[in-house]
Unconditional design. Structure first.
Length: 237
């Protein structure tokens, strides 16, 4: 079925939960599969209630992730492009929820984009610092701000950035301690030693300068100390 899908196959939740595809990530209570629709790759993310996973509240996570995606897309940033979404059940006992995301063309994870564009490495890091500063100034924290969750593209001569995998994201009051943890997570997620070093130096300098520009991070906040003491939100390698 996955080889001949159209968007019409995503009209009802029952039909959506019968669709098979290439497993990307599967757990009890949630899964992500890749499917081909009209010759293009899409990612179908599904959440459902599992009694043994009751306290993980995966269905609630699904709704939360959609809210975070909508916030990014409505606030001048970019999250996944959702082309279909739905749920089945009666609130608050909704048992199944899904959303279908279109794979953006010509976008790469951060480290792959870095390797592909060595002549533009400086502008890439500068643009990423501006993006991360604006994101944190808006009160958005990714919580898993790893390089594979930052998709990089080009729009004319400008770098663009898209965030994915937003189950743990949050938006609210500006929180410099959590922002520092985001940046620490980014640095820890990078395998390339040169890029990791530049995230900790050049990128960090520009990020601090651009936070709440023109003055950078408030003088009352020692962001470099926060960063030095921050722990990545997950381990890598």
């Amino acid at each position: 079925m996955a080889g001949a899908l159209t968007l019409d196959a995503f009209e009802t939740v029952r039909d959506v939960f019968a669709i098979s595809g290439d497993d990307m990530r599967t757990h009890k209570g949630r899964s992500v599969v890749a499917v081909q629709i009209d010759g293009r790759t899409h990612y179908l993310k599904r959440f459902w209630f599992v009694p043994s996973q009751m306290f993980k509240r995966y269905v609630a996570r699904g709704f939360h992730e959609m809210r975070m995606i909508d916030w990014l897309n409505d606030s001048g940033f970019a999250g996944p492009k959702i082309v279909r979404r739905g749920h089945a059940g009666v609130y608050p006992f909704i048992t199944r929820v899904f959303f279908l995301m279109e794979e953006p063309p010509d976008e790469l994870a951060l480290e792959a984009a870095w390797r592909k564009s060595p002549d533009d490495a400086d502008t890439l890091l500068s643009s990423l610092a501006s993006f991360a500063a604006r994101l944190h100034d808006a009160g958005f924290i990714h919580t898993d701000f790893s390089e594979r969750h930052i998709l990089v593209g080009r729009d004319a001569s400008q770098w663009t950035f898209r965030l994915i995998d937003l189950e743990r994201a949050a938006v609210g009051q500006v929180n410099d301690k959590r922002a520092a943890a985001d940046i620490a997570t980014l640095a820890a997620s990078i395998a390339d030693e040169k890029l990791r070093r530049r995230i900790r130096t050049d990128f960090l300098d520009e990020y601090v300068a651009k936070r709440s520009a023109p003055g950078g991070v408030s003088p009352d906040v020692d962001f470099r100390s926060l960063f030095a003491n921050a722990k990545p939100t997950k381990s890598f390698y």
